[in-house]
Design a protein. Structure first.
Length: 212
């Protein structure tokens, strides 16, 4: 829900930041990487107030597995990340806010929550690239941001790339080993069934994903 006026939502008006008592309160959604919001909250931006309602879904900060050692999916930025999911999934598709302004709102909310300068600008650049390449209408108004995005992205990648490659190789090796172990356990289970000694333990297949 969004309000373009000055009428408060959950105790916060335009420019007021997060509503009083706003906190991360979610429950797991089985079989999904998303979590369900249990504690609704509002956020007062520069010209609008946005309400994140109970029952909405979030995946927190969408950080690939190769980067979670550097940017965990949970931290001071978790509440702003839930807000950003709301803006991307609810408000922007309805035309209530542009993706560019949604990303800027994330950066502003992170600053208000005490997220360090470099972290919030790196996360802002990441979501700006994502909005440009993955969201319909995400390229609208992006040109003024490109210099700042490059200024953040290029040195960040220069510093992190060796570690990212090492982590990627490690994850690949671990995935292969997990698959080999799964095949061995599954074959053992089948053999036991053939000789009349069925295994009592379930053999769980490995889940291959570059996202947590």
């Amino acid at each position: 829900m969004t309000s373009g006026g000055t009428q408060p939502i959950l105790g916060v008006g335009v420019g007021g930041g997060f509503s009083p008592g706003a906190e991360v309160l979610v429950k797991e959604k089985p079989g999904s990487q998303n979590w369900v919001v249990e504690g609704p909250f509002a956020y007062g931006g520069k010209t609008q107030v946005f309400e994140v309602c109970q029952g909405e879904e979030t995946d927190f900060a969408s950080v690939p597995r190769v980067l979670v050692w550097f940017l965990p999916r949970y931290g001071l930025y978790t509440l702003p990340a839930i807000l950003h999911d709301h803006l991307w999934r609810v408000e922007a598709p309805k035309g209530h806010i542009s993706y560019r302004d949604a990303d800027a709102t994330l950066r502003r909310a992170m600053r208000e929550r005490g997220v360090p300068f470099a972290t919030r600008w790196i996360m802002w650049a990441a979501v700006r690239w994502a909005s440009i390449f993955t969201r319909k209408g995400g390229r609208k108004g992006c040109l003024p941001d490109v210099p700042a995005m490059l200024l953040v992205t290029i040195p960040t990648l220069a510093v992190l790339l060796p570690a990212i490659l090492l982590v990627a190789v490690t994850l690949l090796v671990a995935t292969v080993l997990e698959f080999i172990i799964f095949v061995v356990l599954l074959a053992t289970k089948k053999v036991r069934e053939l000789v009349g000694k069925p295994a009592t333990k379930k053999v769980n297949p490995p889940k291959i994903s570059w996202k947590l």
